[in-house]
Ligand binder design. Structure first.
Ligand code: C5P
Length: 209
């Protein structure tokens, strides 16, 4: 039968990254965090001094992401996340990153990818698709705690406003907006612990095998 491809999409701080990693471990599949690609474009633009308002410079930055260390802590920063959400709205940037994601999804042994448009654009043929969500309040609280644990001082209201703004930008853009694929299973993690959410996710994928 066809290799197992699992698409995990959802908004910021929904738990999709944690769930995707756990699924990859459980089903022994390679995993790609596609948000990291967009974050790498943003960081490359930032480091090498490009203008995020200029799609041509953003595309040039997309050609340079191999110069970014995937373990660079700055990739996880809110500034880079914000900038990533801006450059990811350019169709030419999405196009520049398409092949890399497509090839990962099409590898012989199967794969897990998480992002915003995996089930809709990158791997519409994926056997299992999860759309992971949680209420904005819950996601903001998770992000707030995560930042606190890293020693970053922020106000909860500020984090919530950022989450809401990022949701709007990701959902309202013309190019590959954040959208639940018709054939995706919805997994709302608002009231679930990480363990329960992962259990649910595994059960949903198993039901598709
Ligand atoms: O998931 P993460 O917060 O790391 O993604 C950063 C930004 O990259 C998102 O806000 C989104 O705008 C963009 N992104 C995207 N498509 C993906 C993954 C991320 O547009 N597949």
């Amino acid at each position: 039968s066809a290799p197992l491809v699992i698409a995990v999409d959802g908004p910021a701080a929904s738990g999709k990254g944690t769930i995707a990693k756990a699924l990859a471990r459980h089903f022994d599949l390679p995993h790609m965090d596609t948000g990291l690609l967009y974050r790498s474009v943003a960081l490359s633009l930032w480091r090498f001094g490009g203008d995020a308002g200029n799609p041509f410079e953003a595309v040039r930055a997309a050609g340079e992401i191999d110069k970014i260390d995937p373990d660079d802590e700055e990739l996880r920063s809110e500034t880079v996340g914000e900038l990533a959400s801006r450059v990811s709205a350019y169709p030419a940037v999405r196009k520049a990153l398409f092949e890399r994601q497509r090839a990962f999804a099409a590898q012989d042994g199967g794969a897990v990818l998480d992002g915003r448009d995996i089930g809709t654009v990158i791997a519409p043929e994926a056997r299992a698709k999860l759309f992971v969500t949680a209420s904005p309040d819950v996601r903001a609280m998770r992000r707030f705690k995560e930042l606190g644990a890293r020693g970053v001082e922020v106000h909860y209201e500020e984090v919530l406003a950022d989450i809401v703004a990022r949701d709007a930008r990701d959902a309202d853009r013309a190019a590959a907006p954040l959208l639940k694929a018709e054939d995706a299973d919805l997994l709302d993690t608002s009231d679930l612990s990480i363990e329960r959410a992962v259990q649910r996710a595994i059960a949903l994928v198993e039901a598709r095998l």
